[in-house]
Design a protein around this ligand. Structure first.
Ligand code: NAP
Length: 253
């Protein structure tokens, strides 16, 4: 008889922005493989509690921690609480991010700072804090980037810029942290149906129709399409993979 052990048993994962959307699905999938998960959120306590409840109901371990990762003090608190609860970290998923679209003439400093502050600076700061808590056997950082980093979309200069930076940071940190056995990879999703996409009015838009029409697999993504890949990149199944950007977009290029 073959007994299947969970791929992430005994591991501890922090997922930023896990109260909804892609992050919530990643948190649930990591927990289903045995990881204890820190479900970070900024304002949606209800969403984060629901994710934690679902995980614990299924026999997993999770805690919800409020922290606006755009603020250094909140990042410090997030990782201090993680250390207190679980002692160490093996997996960091930098998922929290925002997408705002604007034509060039409407781009403002605020639009720039908000997106670069969260999508780029917070990712660096969270990685900095997490790496201090990784053990001697290293770990895995998974950055949620986007296909916009390589595909040109109009009205997305700033958002695309943030995700181009995420790809570059991923490759740089992979080289820097490789000797410590810390792997750093990115997932670059195409359009995924999330609360954020609904709130932005994209879910039923002309853009969705166009993307779907050009997608060989004929649909936009669902959060679990991304979460299963995050589990792969967090687990020893990808032990010799680092510095990669994995496009998951139903074949849309
Ligand atoms: P979403 O549905 O809007 O959810 C965003 C999550 O991030 C929420 O849990 C939110 O928490 C959290 N968050 C936002 N600001 C935060 C902050 N300052 N500190 C901590 N948490 C914060 O987003 P999504 O569509 O799942 O997108 C998640 C990631 O995937 C983003 O990096 C995005 O760029 C990337 N992505 C998305 C798509 C897509 O089509 N959906 C495609 C490619 C890439 P609260 O609810 O508590 O505010």
């Amino acid at each position: 008889m073959i007994t299947k052990t969970k791929k992430l048993a005994g591991k501890v994962a922090v997922v930023t922005g896990a109260s909804k959307g892609i992050g919530a699905s990643i948190a649930k999938h990591l927990a289903a493989e045995g990881a204890a998960v820190v479900v970070n959120y900024a304002s949606s306590k209800k969403g984060a509690d629901a994710v934690v409840n679902e995980i614990t109901k299924n026999g997993g371990k999770a805690i919800a921690v409020q922290a606006n990762v755009a603020k250094q003090a909140d990042i410090n608190r997030l990782f201090a609480k993680t250390k207190r609860a679980f002692g160490q970290i093996d997996i960091l998923v930098n998922n929290a991010g925002i997408y705002e679209f604007a034509p060039l003439e409407s781009v403002t400093e605020e639009h720039f700072q908000k997106q670069f502050g969260l999508n780029v600076l917070s990712l660096i700061r969270a990685s900095q804090a997490a790496v201090k808590l990784f053990g001697p056997s290293g770990g895995s950082i998974v950055n949620i980037s986007s296909i916009v980093s390589t595909l040109g979309f109009p009205n997305a200069a700033v958002y695309s810029g943030t995700k181009g930076a995420v790809d570059a940071i991923t490759r740089s940190l992979a080289k820097e942290l490789g000797p410590r056995q810390i792997r750093v990879n990115a997932i670059n999703p195409g359009m995924v149906e999330t609360e954020g996409v609904h709130a932005a009015g994209i879910a039923e838009s002309e853009m969705r129709k166009q993307v779907q029409a050009q997608t060989p697999l004929g649909r936009i993504g669902q959060p679990q399409d991304i979460a299963t890949a995050a589990v792969f990149l967090a687990s020893p199944d990808s032990a010799w993979i680092t510095g990669e950007t994995l496009t998951i977009a139903g074949g849309f290029h």
